[in-house]
Design a protein around this ligand. Structure first.
Ligand code: DLZ
Length: 172
């Protein structure tokens, strides 16, 4: 998982909170590995570029995207993580497998987020064909792993902010 990053998705650096205080879990699917590892590289680099310590990032791999929610829940059970990022790539084929997997991951991660209060980030490419996935994993449409990392940082910071007593009374 160590090859060079390609295009990064464009985002405004100045709006991103520091990731330094946070601990992240990353779950990566092995199906379409050439795509998912590019997502992972973009994700990991973005977390550390924004201050996350490498030792505060735990990565696990799962066989396919369908397994992402289950592994994410296992990680969350440790209660060590401020956000858990799930990275996968499902490519449409002759059958409707993609619809079932994509829906299961979306529903699974939404349910986990709502039930636990921990952000579970949907970093799943739902591509119609391989080039669409490549375009979004370091290609002409950026890297959705980068965007997943930025979302994780922002949601971890929001969760922290909302867990603290409000500093003002009334409307702001
Ligand atoms: C079975 C399957 C198929 C056909 N395609 C993909 C895919 O494009 N991307 C992906 O991440 N996983 C795929 N899988 C595997 C399933 O996600 C899952 O690992 C198996 O159905 C076992 O539960």
């Amino acid at each position: 998982m160590a090859s060079a990053l390609k295009n990064l998705s464009t985002y405004d650096d100045s709006n991103i909170p520091s990731a330094e205080p946070f601990t992240f879990g990353i779950v990566v699917s092995e199906w379409n590995t050439h795509i998912t590892h590019a997502l992972y590289e973009g994700c990991f680099a973005t977390l550390t570029n924004h201050g996350a310590k490498a030792e505060n990032i735990r990565t696990v791999q799962v066989p396919g995207s369908f397994e992402l929610p289950a592994a994410a829940k296992m990680l969350a059970a440790s209660k060590r993580f401020d956000a858990i990022i799930c990275l996968g790539c499902v490519i449409k084929g002759e059958t409707r497998h993609d619809e079932y997997i994509n829906q299961a991951v979306a529903t699974g991660l939404t349910g986990l987020s709502i039930a636990s209060g921990i952000p579970f980030i949907f970093g799943l490419l739902t591509a119609n064909y391989e080039q669409q996935a490549k375009d979004r994993a370091g290609g002409r449409h950026g890297n959705k792993g980068v965007e997943a990392a930025v979302t994780a940082i922002r949601m971890a910071a929001l969760r922290k902010e909302l867990s603290q007593p409000s500093k003002s009374i009334g409307f702001q």
